[in-house]
Design a protein around this ligand. Structure first.
Ligand SMILES: [Ca+2]
Ligand SMILES: [Ca+2]
Ligand SMILES: [Ca+2]
Ligand SMILES: [Ca+2]
Length: 310
């Protein structure tokens, strides 16, 4: 009886061992099979804002497609017609900026292929991003350079998106030269032929850049400056102005003597009197050193709001 029992146990063990051996290769492959494709540099609009991306809200996130290149590795520009996407340029996957990225991450995408065979090693692919969730409603798109489906030992690839291009294939022009392309102005309801659509003194680009505080299509409080003559002779002349409702905005107060009047439009002849960020809603700057040598004082002050285009 003892011998029989021993034999029985041995059979069980052998059966278990065989089962384990059969599973092992599959476990080893599963660890290496996933492939992550994603960008690490955010895709941005002309104002330097990251394109919309929100993990968990793909309906409001810019659309990303991972596609196979056409014959010979050629990338075809979008037509927004389904035929080219499905027939000539088959789509491997749809994704969105922010998808697969931890938390909200505009401008960046990541997509994991659990079956990496979708990206065959002998074919080339590319990623295309649109600036809207819906490619047919998009103004811009951008493509990555073509990349090969990588061999199994490579776990991730990070192709970066190239330059923005117009979906309609037209050139991106800025007719009025204030910095916003015509296509964006049309989309925002602004006048592409007027640098200051609402004529409030702030150009369209500046207002779009600070659209949390200013309204590009309706007048905002204007920046008007005044020179304050001293009430008592020992007090200084000052220049004051009410600031605009943009936090931490930097202002530049400049002066130019009157004799330069022939060059009034040439900013070169203005000198900086004061440059700084607003800490109060009313700025009041001592300008005595600038007017004190003129009797009577004659010259021009101006306030500018310098900003950097991204
Ligand atoms: Ca423009
Ligand atoms: Ca404009
Ligand atoms: Ca304006
Ligand atoms: Ca405005």
């Amino acid at each position: 009886m003892q011998n029989m029992k021993t034999t029985f146990h041995l059979k069980i063990r052998r059966a278990t061992l065989i089962g384990t051996l059969a599973i092992l290769p599959a476990v080893a492959n599963a660890q290496g099979i996933a492939l992550s494709v994603g960008s690490t540099i955010p895709m941005q609009d002309v104002l330097g804002r990251n394109w919309t991306g929100n993990n968990g809200d793909p309906d409001n996130s810019s659309r990303v497609e991972i596609r196979r290149t056409w014959t010979g590795g050629i990338i075809l520009a979008p037509t927004n017609g389904p035929s080219q996407i499905d027939t000539f340029n088959p789509l491997i996957t749809n994704s969105h900026l922010g998808r697969g990225v931890i938390g909200v991450d505009p401008g960046i995408y990541a997509e994991t292929f659990t079956n990496r065979n979708l990206l065959a090693t002998n074919l080339t692919y590319y990623a295309r991003v649109y600036d809207r969730p819906d490619s047919s409603a998009s103004i811009y798109y951008a493509d990555t350079a073509p990349f090969f489906g990588p061999p199994a030992e490579i776990g991730s690839i990070n192709p970066e998106f190239g330059a923005r291009q117009r979906v309609d294939g037209e050139a991106d022009v800025d007719t009025d030269g204030e910095g916003l392309p015509d296509a964006m102005e049309g989309d925002m309801g602004l006048d592409a032929g007027n640098p200051d659509t609402d004529e409030d003194g702030y150009n369209d680009y500046f207002e779009a850049l600070y659209d949390d505080y200013l309204h590009a299509s309706e007048p905002d409080p204007s920046l008007s400056i005044q020179i304050n003559r001293p009430l008592i002779e020992t007090d200084p002349y000052t220049v004051s102005w009410w600031t605009i409702p943009v936090p931490d905005m930097t202002y530049q107060l400049q002066y130019r003597p009157q004799q330069r009047i022939a060059d009034e439009d040439d900013g070169y002849f203005f000198s900086n009197v004061w440059v700084g960020a607003a800490t109060e809603t009313l700025l009041d700057i001592d300008v005595q050193d600038w007017v004190g040598t003129n009797v009577p004082p004659k010259g021009f002050f101006r306030v500018t709001v310098p900003y950097q285009a991204p």
